[in-house]
Design a protein around this ligand. Structure first.
Ligand SMILES: [Mg+2]
Length: 258
């Protein structure tokens, strides 16, 4: 019995759907993990892809996955950045927001009815922003000093890039902001917080205890699953072949995802 199947011994006898991590589970570097397409096929359509990605739109990521050979509808992709914008727009329609984010996320925010503004915003939204600068840091720190609320897409410090390079993430930008404003409170939307998992369950229409989280990172995927009442199966070495076989044998899709 290998490690994957040992972990599976603790799982429910039957599941209805899967919530599948992206980096390290379906993709690695600029390609697919071993068995990625098999895993999606094994779910018989009862899956959501969930990622702390804070720079893409679901539609943009669906296009990138299609280029790699994975067909995933944008409606089945839950991303930390896009979800941050969606949640804020739902809770605070028309809010005045300073966005430290990619141009793609800025467009999503405007489309959702948020007002993008750098002077006296009510909220500072922090996501992965490759244009982050001293000037933006100073503006955001002073907006917080004047009472704006901070929302971060995720707290990840880095993620691995091609050839082992380091890609600074949203958490690294937050660390710079916290160095300026040590006492600021921050609402985090991404894993391991439950927000994204709850949205995945709404899309799937399944109960948490019958919805399996599949991911490579116990600190984000595993802890997030635990906080959301969902079973977790860890994948290792960028190979989901065994995981796909387990899912195929144990899944009985139900509800909206059938
Ligand atoms: Mg991962």
């Amino acid at each position: 019995m290998n490690e994957c199947m040992q972990a599976a011994a603790d799982l429910p006898a039957s599941i209805e759907a899967c919530v599948i991590d992206l980096d390290g589970t379906l993709t690695v570097g600029e390609g697919l993990t071993r068995g990625a397409a098999e895993l999606l096929a094994a779910t018989r359509g009862a899956f959501v892809v969930l990622s702390n990605n804070s720079s893409h739109s679901p539609a943009g990521l669906a296009d990138e996955l299609a280029r790699l050979g994975l067909r995933v509808a944008a409606e089945r992709i839950v991303l930390a950045g896009a979800e941050t914008v969606r949640l804020l727009a739902a809770e605070q329609p028309g809010a005045r927001v300073m966005l430290i984010a990619s141009p793609v996320l800025e467009r999503l925010a405007t489309h959702a009815g948020l007002v993008s503004i750098d002077e006296q915003p009510d909220f500072v939204v922090l996501a992965r922003d490759e244009r982050f600068s001293y000037e933006r840091l100073a503006r955001a720190a002073n907006a917080l000093r004047r009472g704006a609320q901070l929302i971060a897409a995720n707290a990840d410090l880095t993620h691995p890039g091609p050839d082992g390079t380091i890609v600074p993430e949203t958490g690294a930008l937050f660390a710079a902001l916290r160095a300026c404003c040590p006492d600021i409170a921050c609402r985090v939307i991404g894993k391991p917080e439950p927000c994204l998992f709850m949205q995945a369950l709404r899309i799937l229409g399944t109960r948490p205890e019958r919805t399996l989280v599949i991911g490579d990172n116990p600190a984000t995927d595993g802890l997030g699953a635990k906080r959301s009442g969902m079973p977790f199966l860890r994948v290792r070495d960028c190979d989901v072949t065994d995981t796909a076989a387990w899912v195929r044998a144990h899944i009985h899709p139900a509800g909206a995802a059938r």
